[in-house]
Design a binder for this molecule. Sequence first.
Ligand SMILES: [Fe+2]
Length: 126
Amino acid sequence: MPLITWSDEYSIGNTELDNHHKKLIEILNGLYDNINKDCNQIMVSTMDELYNYAKVHFSEEEAYMKNLNYDGLYRHTVEHNKFIDNLLELNLSYKSSCVDTKQETVEFLWEWLMNHIINEDKKICR
Ligand SMILES: [Fe+2]
């Protein structure tokens, strides 16, 4: 069962970037569906996928914002970088031990992603 389904209210007015956000939501839905399947393997592989996809997405989003002369770009880039650091840290902890905080991790990822799209990314629509 997915936690979140895409809705047009999440659109930031750019089809390609919206598709990236849909993909990020899909990755997190997959994680939510499989969270209880094994110890940490699903966390590690999903965090790897999320990290790789988010890096590409963030750099394309930042390039788009730069093109728009978006004045919040610096602050926005800091937010992206912090999230990437968080992903690396989380992945490292799942790789090194069988930590039982999967539920909290998934909640953190959802909260960050949806808050970021709705409250930060959408500012470029205005
Ligand atoms: Fe963003």
